[in-house]
Design a protein around this ligand. Structure first.
Ligand SMILES: Cc1ncc(COP(=O)(O)O)c(C=O)c1O
Ligand SMILES: [Zn+2]
Length: 423
C-alpha cells in the first residue's frame, strides 16, 4: 500500500492516517458555524515523480487505472463496480454553436451508479474494508448516498444514508434498491449532515460525509487525472465544474496538482465553479474576495445536487479556484433547465440539472470572455439525466397522443419546425 500521510489544508500539520482521523483536530476546534468545515485534510502521496515516471512499464497516461497514485493497495485491475475510466467526448456540435474550437465533455454519467460520486464512494469503501468497518454512513443530497449504497453492496458492507426526503424519487429508489438503510429526513441536506455526524459518533460507523472524509477528495481526483491522461500530450486550459460543497472541484484540482508537482503537467488548468443562483455561497465569496463562504439560509434550486446552505468544502474550494487562477459564476434555474436539452441535443449526453448547469456556465463564461475560442475546455458532466426526468420534462412540451395512422403522423410532423442539419 502507498505510504501516504494526511496533511491539513489550513495549518499544514501532517498526520499518519488512522480509522478515526477525519478533519484536522486542531483546526476543527476553531470551527465557525455556517462557514463549512475547517481543517479539511488532503492525502499526500509520496514519490509522485518516481511513480509517474515508472508507471509499470506504460507511460502514466496509458495506465488502465490510477490505483498507483491512490492511498490503497493496487487491486490488480479487479473491479467490483464500474467506477471511473469514463469517456472524454469531443463536443464538436456544441463547440461550433458556442464558437469554441476545442471543447470536450468528461462524461461521468457513465459511472456505475450514474454520477461522479462513485469515484469518492469507491475509495471510501476500500478504506472502510482496510480499516475493518462493517458499516459506512453518509449524508447526501442524493448521489453520494446512491454511490455509497452501490459500492457498499458490491463490497458486502452495510450502508446507512441520510437524505432530504425531497430528493428526486429516482435517486431514493435507486439507493434503496442497492440495499442501503435509507433515512429520508424531513429537513435540509445541512441538517442531514449534522445528523450523520452524530449517528457515526454514537454507533461507531465510518463516516463518508463529503470533505469531512479526506478520501472523498482523493477519490474524485481520478477525474482530473483521467482528463489529463485522455488529452495527453495536449493539456486542458479550463475545466467547468458544477459546485455544491466544492469537493468535486477540489478533487479535480488535487489530480491536476499531483501531476503538476511531479512535472507531468506544465501548468494547472483554470477551474470555473458553476452554482445555481439560489445556492451560490461559493460564488458570492469568490466575488467578494472572501476566504470562506457565508451560509445562505434556505438555499434552493432545481439542481437539487447543488443545494447546500453552508458548503462544507467552501474554504478549500475557494483556495483551489484562486490557485488555478479560475473563477466562479452563478446561473439561473431557467438556464439550468434549458441547458439539459441544450446539452442533450448538441452532444448526445443526457444530464441531471446539476450536471447540465456547466453548459449554462460555459455560455456565461463565453459572454464574459473568461474563455478564449482557441482554449481547450472541458465540461465536467457529473450525473445522468435519468436520475431526475421530472426536471428535464419541465423544459419540454407535453406530447399529444396520436392515433396509429399515417395521416395522424403527417399532421403531427407538420407541427414541428424543419429538423436542423449541420454538416
Ligand atoms: C451530479 C452532481 N454534480 C455536482 C455535485 C456537486 O459536488 P460538490 O458538492 O462536491 O461540489 C454533486 C453533489 O452532490 C452531484 O451529485
Ligand atoms: Zn489544521
Amino acid at each position: 500500500m502507498t505510504e501516504h500521510r494526511l496533511r491539513c489544508t489550513e495549518c499544514n500539520t501532517s498526520y499518519a492516517p488512522t480509522p478515526t482521523l477525519l478533519v484536522c483536530p486542531q483546526c476543527a476546534r476553531q470551527q465557525v458555524k455556517g462557514e463549512g468545515l475547517r481543517g479539511v485534510l488532503e492525502v499526500d502521496i509520496p514519490e509522485l515523480e518516481a511513480k509517474l515516471s515508472d508507471a509499470g512499464g506504460r507511460p502514466w497516461w496509458r495506465r488502465e487505472s490510477f490505483d498507483f497514485l491512490l492511498p490503497v493497495r493496487p487491486d490488480g485491475g479487479r473491479r467490483e463496480v464500474a467506477v471511473g475510466g469514463t469517456p472524454l467526448l469531443r463536443a464538436t456540435q456544441l463547440g461550433r454553436d458556442l464558437g469554441l474550437r476545442h471543447l470536450w465533455i468528461k462524461d461521468d454519467t457513465r459511472n456505475s451508479s450514474g454520477s461522479t460520486k462513485d469515484r469518492a464512494s469507491d475509495l471510501v469503501v476500500r478504506k472502510a474494508l482496510e480499516f475493518g468497518f462493517e458499516t459506512v454512513a453518509v449524508a447526501s443530497t442524493g448521489n453520494a448516498a446512491t454511490a455509497l449504497a452501490a459500492s457498499s453492496a458490491a463490497a458486502g458492507l452495510d450502508a446507512v444514508v441520510f437524505v432530504p426526503a425531497q430528493a428526486p424519487p429516482a435517486k431514493l429508489v435507486q439507493m434503496a434498491s442497492y440495499g442501503a438503510r435509507v433515512l429520508a429526513i424531513d429537513g435540509s441536506y445541512d441538517q442531514a449532515f449534522e445528523l450523520c455526524l452524530a449517528a457515526c459518533d454514537r454507533w461507531g460507523w465510518y463516516n463518508r460525509n463529503t470533505a469531512l472524509n479526506p478520501f472523498t477528495i482523493e477519490g474524485k481526483k481520478t477525474a482530473g487525472l483521467e482528463i489529463a491522461a485522455q488529452l495527453h500530450p495536449q493539456e486542458p486550459d479550463v475545466v467547468l465544474v458544477p459546485t455544491g460543497d466544492g469537493v468535486i472541484l477540489a478533487g479535480i484540482a488535487k489530480g491536476f496538482d499531483d501531476l503538476f508537482k511531479a512535472g507531468a503537467l506544465r501548468r494547472r488548468p483554470r477551474l470555473i465553479a458553476v452554482q445555481p443562483e439560489g445556492s451560490s455561497a461559493i460564488v458570492r465569496a469568490w466575488e467578494a474576495g472572501l476566504d470562506a463562504p457565508e451560509a445562505i439560509l434556505g438555499a434552493a434550486s432545481v439542481a437539487d445536487s447543488l443545494v447546500v446552505d453552508a458548503p462544507r468544502n467552501g474554504r478549500l474550494c475557494l483556495a483551489k479556484i484562486r490557485q488555478s487562477e479560475g473563477a466562479a459564476l452563478a446561473v439561473s434555474d431557467r438556464e439550468i433547465v434549458a441547458s439539459i436539452q441544450g446539452l442533450a441535443r448538441r452532444s448526445g449526453v443526457f444530464a441531471e440539472p446539476a450536471a447540465a448547469a456547466v453548459l449554462a456556465g460555459l455560455e456565461r463564461a463565453v459572454q464574459r470572455k473568461w474563455v478564449d475560442p482557441d482554449e481547450r475546455i472541458v465540461l465536467m458532466v457529473t450525473g445522468t439525466g435519468l436520475k431526475d426526468v421530472g426536471a428535464a420534462a419541465e423544459g419540454l412540451q407535453d406530447q399529444p397522443v396520436i392515433p396509429p395512422s399515417l395521416d395522424a403522423v403527417e399532421e403531427r410532423l407538420a407541427t414541428w419546425p424543419e429538423p436542423k442539419r449541420s454538416i
